[in-house]
Ligand binder design. Structure first.
Ligand SMILES: [Zn+2]
Length: 113
């Protein structure tokens, strides 16, 4: 994905968050400061989720360099992708990563990123 494509995708996510915010917003002469504050929090969280999901997807779509075993330094075999739910400071997202196995050490590893 090019930086322009990434920007377009994030702008799309931002637009969806703004549309959702505008749909929920009460008329300007009726809305309270508390409601405005809640909308600001919710739209911030929507953007946070969008950035997390989009950047995780992009980082998973690039080819990984061949992985060497951190213990013995030999080339490891790719054993297919494993999916798991990752909890980060900015929320939860599914992450799918290649899983590697070292026949020498008989241990499995995920790449460091
Ligand atoms: Zn090893």
């Amino acid at each position: 994905m090019t930086p322009e494509e990434l920007k377009a995708q994030l702008l799309g996510e931002a637009e969806a968050a703004i549309d959702k915010l505008l749909a929920k917003r009460r008329p300007a002469n009726k809305i309270t400061l508390r409601e405005i504050s809640q909308l600001a929090i919710e739209s911030g969280q929507d953007m946070q989720r969008a950035v997390l999901h989009t950047l995780v997807q992009v980082s998973q779509s690039v080819e990984q360099a061949p992985m060497t075993c951190p213990s013995c330094g030999r080339a490891m075999s790719a054993k297919g992708k494993r999916r798991r739910q990752v909890v980060s400071e900015s929320g939860e997202t599914p992450v799918e990563r290649e899983y590697y196995y070292c026949r020498q050490c008989k241990v499995g590893h995920f790449p460091p990123r």
